[in-house]
Design a protein around this ligand. Sequence first.
Ligand code: HEC
Length: 174
Amino acid sequence: MKNLLEIIMPASLAVVAGSIVVCLFTLGNHLTPEPVREEVSSCAGMGPLPQPVKLISALPPGAEPGDIAAGDALFKGNCAQCHAVNEVVVGPALAGITKRRPMPWITAWVKNSSKLVASGDEYAVKIFNQYQQQQMPSFHLSKKEIEQIIFYIEDNGYRPAIGTDDVAYTPPKP
Ligand code: HEC
């Protein structure tokens, strides 16, 4: 009996360890720097996952490859002197802005924030007062360019690490 266990135990441990290695390897292959629009729903050797794992490299909904890089350049050229994605600089941290405001509001704000404040828009007046009534400049950017900036912001905001709900992703400091 003991002899049999001595054979079965290491063998089954090896199978489990092997599955885990294969699984991690498969996940690792998907985590390329190129944005991929994909969900992993099963892992080789371990059967289907309880729910699909959303990959960190997935593009924000609606974004095309190339939008993030374009948005990055536009953000650095126009917004970065006052804004960062994840921390307050002169203006607010912009992470999560699409959850706070609808896209048409964001576009109107970037094109002419003073006009929105003057119109009495409740949110605009509130944030304007909250930031000591500092006027954000108006930008002659197209709707598409503003969308690209927002895609870049969404792509770089804090997000949970794979498979966890409560661990914040901290981007590496440049
Ligand atoms: C000269 C500084 C400055 C620049 C440049 C600037 N902003 Fe702002 N932004 C602000 C300030 C200050 C606020 C806070 C509201 C206010 O005081 O008008 C703000 C607020 C915002 C808000 C609302 C944020 C929230 O949490 O509700 C958005 C969205 C925004 N800016 C986007 C942009 C984008 C996109 C660019 C680049 C195209 C940009 N800003 C460039 C200073 C700036």
